[in-house]
Design a binder for this molecule. Structure first.
Ligand code: ATP
Ligand code: MG
Length: 571
């Protein structure tokens, strides 16, 4: 491509509303253009990268025997009503009506559509297993679209769905996808780690997220310092830190005027926070939920929602609800005598003796509360892991890092096949529900994550595998015939080798050309300058500062070396 003919609106200035590096660089490199909040159009430089990522995904999935299809984005509500998700998806789903008032949505995901296709086509175990996928646009009315294409209202997702006769089959399909994802992200140049994840509203049991560690990540990931344990904070567990048992003491109500926070209580009673319990009150779809964790812990709301089952709206209770439940001002809630639709007690609180709690009476707390004797509730793990907690696998210390979720794989089981009647006749002649898995990758978010890991102060440093173009040929002065001729010749020859080449034939200063190619992150640069009189050009890699003077005879071989080194096929 000749750069004089390209739509490539690069920016020198950092756009004011772009907070993170990848967003700034995508805008500055002219890859994307904002249309409205959370809605971006893709320009040539961006589209080429996204297509490269899609091709890597295709290649790795097809190696595992997956087949590509393409579904419509407009989905009739009936399918979602069948699965029971029409009412569960909440505000994130874009809903609309046609001229006859029939309900539709713009697909935020496609479990229902794929299940519908399969139930019409599959009747026998002989037709299974199957794994089909699409690379298609999704629509989600995100509460907070942000960080450029990291979180948008419309984005490209690769979504794959596996269909098996039994759990063992699903285990294999899941493992195949796990392996394919590792290869995909590795080929994209992403350092990433699969972590155990919560399955959320989509249903199912086992799930893993592919996380790219990055300070701009919206997720928190818990890692063990010693073993392989890694999990999203929503799901992560740690060993309960229970204090030594004591003999149960008598309940002791204490007048604590104006003392409401854990810090104030620590000071008032002269104890550490682990001798106190926090009582938090939530509302879940109109039901009251009380959760107790130790004073030095935080409630894990995802674990609480999972314990309830299907929850759409979940939030801290309004003050009037707290007052009504506790018969007290806010700040004095406690478990003793508490009545609520759900009462959840974290294991650490349940196992601890003589803990301090709120009195359910304004200006009162109670010392020496003991689970079983003074209060009841469902005991479980309702706390978030904290840095330094002990690993449940090996006992070593846990660490917390931020990550960007680029992919997610789930074992769905029979949730959709049962609700939507996707059955097959097994070898034994019995009709059984198909066992499913689903697997997603966000294409644009993956590109943004790559930029987060591959950039410097001059711009993007694309790995060769996903670069919009492999190489740029820069004639120093387009008015010098000899330079321009040699540059054009190289451009043509490299292209016929299968190299994706840009020719910077713009009438600009060479400094401007270098700046642009560095900003857009082209991995290789060949500069044709005055050394062309000796048959030599300058070769430079984007991620290295050295420049090599290479003769025209050797330059193609030099370029080829980079393809071999980076394991990228030519052509
Ligand atoms: P998140 O927790 O970030 O909202 P999710 O769990 O909703 O993600 P999935 O439904 O598993 O995401 O979608 C699969 C993949 O699609 C994600 O791993 C991510 O790469 C991408 N993705 C999801 N939501 C968005 C979005 N709003 N914008 C861009 N990419 C997205
Ligand atoms: Mg989401």
């Amino acid at each position: 491509m000749k750069m004089s003919k390209m739509l490539m609106p690069t920016l020198r200035e950092v756009p004011a509303d772009a907070e993170i590096t990848s967003h700034q660089l995508m805008l500055r490199a002219g890859m994307i253009k904002k249309m409205s909040s959370g809605i971006y159009n893709q320009l040539p430089m961006g589209l080429r990268v996204f297509k490269k990522i899609e091709d890597i995904i295709r290649e790795e999935l097809e190696k595992k025997g997956c087949q590509e299809i393409l579904c419509a984005g407009l989905i009739p509500a009936e399918l979602w009503k069948e699965s029971g998700r029409w009412d569960v998806m909440g505000a994130e789903m874009f809903r609309l009506k046609d001229r006859t008032q029939r309900d539709y949505c713009l697909g935020p995901t496609h479990e229902e559509v794929f299940t519908d296709i399969i139930r019409q086509e599959i009747t026998s175990y002989k037709q299974l297993p199957l794994n089909i996928y699409q690379i298609q646009v999704k629509y989600r009315d995100e509460r907070r679209p942000r960080f450029g294409v990291m979180r948008t209202k419309t984005f490209t997702m690769k979504d794959a769905y596996s269909f098996d006769v039994d759990e063992a089959g699903l285990d294999k399909s899941y493992q195949d996808m796990y392996d394919a994802y590792r290869s995909i992200f590795e080929r994209c140049g992403l350092e990433n780690s699969p972590v155990q994840a919560d399955s959320g509203a989509i249903g199912g049991s086992t799930s893993a997220e592919f996380m790219v560690k990055s300070p701009v990540g919206e997720d928190e990931i818990v890692f063990c310092a010693e073993c392989d344990y890694a999990a999203n904070i929503e799901k992560a567990e740690s060993v309960s830190a229970v204090l030594p048992k004591e003999e149960m003491k008598e309940l002791n109500p204490v007048h604590t005027p104006g003392v409401t926070t854990i810090e104030q209580l620590e000071e008032f009673f002269g104890v550490t926070a682990d001798k106190l319990a926090k009582t938090l009150i939530y509302e879940a779809d109109g039901k009251t939920v009380v959760v107790l964790v130790r004073g030095d812990r935080e409630v894990n709301e995802v674990k609480v929602c999972n314990a309830i089952g299907e929850v759409i709206e979940f939030d801290l209770a309004r003050e009037e609800v707290v007052r009504e439940l506790t018969n007290a001002e806010v700040g004095f809630a406690g478990p003793i005598g508490m009545k609520a639709d759900y009462i959840f007690i974290d294991k650490e609180v349940a196992e601890q003796s003589n803990i301090g709690v709120g009195g359910n009476k304004t200006d009162y707390h109670i010392q020496n509360a003991n689970f079983g004797r003074d209060f009841e509730g469902v005991v479980g793990d309702f706390r978030s892991v904290q840095e330094g907690d002990k690993c449940i696998c090996c006992g070593a210390s846990l660490e917390i890092a931020r990550g960007v979720e680029v992919g997610h794989i789930f074992k769905l089981g029979t949730k959709y096949s049962e609700s939507m009647g996707a059955n097959f006749i097994d070898k034994d002649g019995k009709s059984k529900p198909i066992v499913m898995g689903c697997y997603g990758i966000g294409v644009e978010r993956t590109a943004a994550a790559i930029i987060e890991q591959h950039n410097d102060e001059n711009g993007i440093m694309w790995p060769l595998s996903v670069a919009p173009y492999h190489l740029v040929v820069v004639p120093v002065n387009i008015k010098k015939e000899e330079q321009m001729e040699a540059a054009e010749k190289l451009y043509n020859e490299l292209q016929s080798m299968g190299v994706e080449v840009l020719l910077d034939d713009r009438d600009e200063r060479v400094g401007v050309k270098f700046k642009d190619s560095e900003l857009i992150g082209i991995p290789m640069r060949i500069t044709v300058g005055k050394d062309i009189t000796d048959g030599k050009v300058e070769f430079k890699l984007r991620d290295q500062s050295d420049k090599e003077l290479v003769s025209l005879e050797d330059i193609k071989a030099r370029v080829e070396v980079e393809f071999t080194k980076n394991n990228v096929k030519l052509g």
